[in-house]
Design a protein around this ligand. Structure first.
Ligand code: PLP
Length: 435
């Protein structure tokens, strides 16, 4: 494991490796060779720096050791029946041919209505909403449609894995700005310095994966001012916007004065509705930006599974009580994990949003996230994600580990039980020796 370079590919939303069954011999390594065979790589240069996804590797190891998997970020419980029934009904009604390239009108209208209710911004569903194959495709189509090779993109790190791959496809250059513990806010000086005359986009993600950080209005205003000063676009990934804790409040940067015209708001059904496998997402942007996104989308996927779009439209008609219940359930799951991790001795960074928690594991005498995650799986029976691959400079994340709490109470409690039973704090004198 330690010998493989981990670049986080698009693995978060994929099936665990145990299920995908990819033979070890076909796994590309970071240097482009094919592990276990004499073939030379067939991978195009733009992906030559992308190795096996850490999610695939962790899940394979977790399955091998029968570890409780708090690694990948997808729920181990099902979506709501009223949503599934709407998709099933659409299939029965013969809604099985290509949807409109921009999305089933019923869904596009719901997306526009929800956006208006949330932000106060009225958008034209026909011209400003594009339904995509998950938020992942919305991200890729936004980069492909709006960036030229050599354009610079300011990105907060740790960063969700598909961002850099989408930028690589578009030929855009990454300008990282690190979010650091304990609160994972950013240095305003570092952010200002990351902008240049080549900056085309700043990409934000709030609530943030993996830190759980929810950007404040003042931070968003600072970002907005920089974007305006440099005439940059903002891509705002808001897939966790319903998962908020302790009174945290989500603000869409598009809501700030003058910002809608330069913002692409990205979202999807998967996280809020526990339907990650449906891959229904969307991009909301003013007509010139939507037109550019659609130029890419029409050739990337053209359209998204028709019956699932009908299901998605039903989902977005959910009453406010539905979201309250989602939030209450996630608050309970979060609390089980937070309390357990604290009891065991982790330094926990309490998330304000999303379904992830980052923790510092150095009290256990380890100083490398990949080695610690391997120990967790093999000796403790719990899988979590080492996040160093989410940074341009992996050292920034070497002391952290990411747990996902989109799991049933029973699974979370079992994980906590195993951690309590098998994980031992390093004695203070030993700890000194380690540092
Ligand atoms: C921050 C972030 N954006 C986007 C996605 C992908 O969303 P989708 O499954 O809708 O493609 C994920 C999935 O893990 C994510 O964490």
């Amino acid at each position: 494991m330690a010998s493989t370079t981990h670049t986080p590919g698009s693995g978060e939303d994929s099936e665990p490796a145990a299920q995908d069954g990819a033979p070890k011999s076909s796994i590309s390594t970071a240097n482009g060779s094919v592990a276990g065979s004499r073939q030379t790589t067939q991978v195009a240069d733009r992906f030559s720096s992308f190795g096996q996804t850490i999610f695939t590797e962790i899940s394979a190891l977790a399955a091998q050791h029968k570890a409780v998997n708090l690694g990948q970020g997808f729920p181990d419980f099902d979506g709501a029946d009223f949503v599934k029934e709407a998709a099933i009904q659409a299939i029965r009604d013969g809604k099985s041919q290509y949807a409109l390239m921009t999305g089933v009108p019923d869904l596009a209208t719901e997306i526009a209505d929800v956006f208006e209710r949330d932000t106060g911004i009225e958008v034209d569903a026909k011209k400003e909403v594009t339904v995509t194959a998950g938020c992942t495709e919305a991200i890729a189509s936004a980069f492909l449609g709006l960036c030229n090779p050599g354009d610079e993109v300011v990105v907060f790190e740790p960063a969700y894995d598909s961002y850099k791959a989408a930028m690589a496809m578009a030929g855009a250059m990454v300008k990282p700005v690190v979010l650091r513990p304990p609160d994972f806010s950013f240095s305003r000086d570092e952010l200002s310095a990351a902008f240049s005359s080549k900056t085309r986009v700043i990409l934000i993600n709030t609530p943030h994966n993996p830190t759980g950080r929810v950007f404040t209005e003042s931070e968003l205003q600072f970002i907005a001012d920089l974007a305006a000063r440099h005439d940059a676009l903002v891509f705002s990934d808001e897939v966790y916007h319903r998962l908020l804790y302790n009174g945290a409040c989500h603000v869409s940067i598009a809501q700030l004065p003058g910002m809608y015209d330069r913002t692409v708001t990205l979202n999807s059904l998967g996280k809020t509705f526990s339907l990650t496998g449906w891959k229904v997402g969307w991009a909301i942007a003013p007509p010139p930006l939507s037109h550019a996104i659609r130029m890419a989308h029409q050739f990337v996927t053209f359209s998204v599974a028709t019956p699932l779009q009908h299901g998605a439209a039903a989902a977005l008609r959910a009453p406010p009580q539905f979201y309250e219940q989602v939030r209450a359930d996630y608050t309970r799951r979060r609390d089980i994990l937070l309390e357990g991790l604290r009891d065991v001795g982790f330094n926990v960074f309490e998330p304000q949003g999303s379904f992830f928690v980052m923790a510092d594991f150095t009290p256990f005498g380890f100083d490398d996230d990949v080695a610690f995650s391997k120990h967790l799986i093999e000796k403790v029976g719990v899988a979590a994600i080492p996040p160093s691959g989410f940074y341009s400079n992996p050292a920034e994340g070497k002391h952290l580990i990411r747990f996902a709490f989109c799991k049933t109470d029973a699974v979370l409690l079992e994980a906590v039980r195993r951690l309590k039973q098998h994980l031992k704090l390093q004695e203070p004198c030993d700890r000194k020796a380690v540092s």
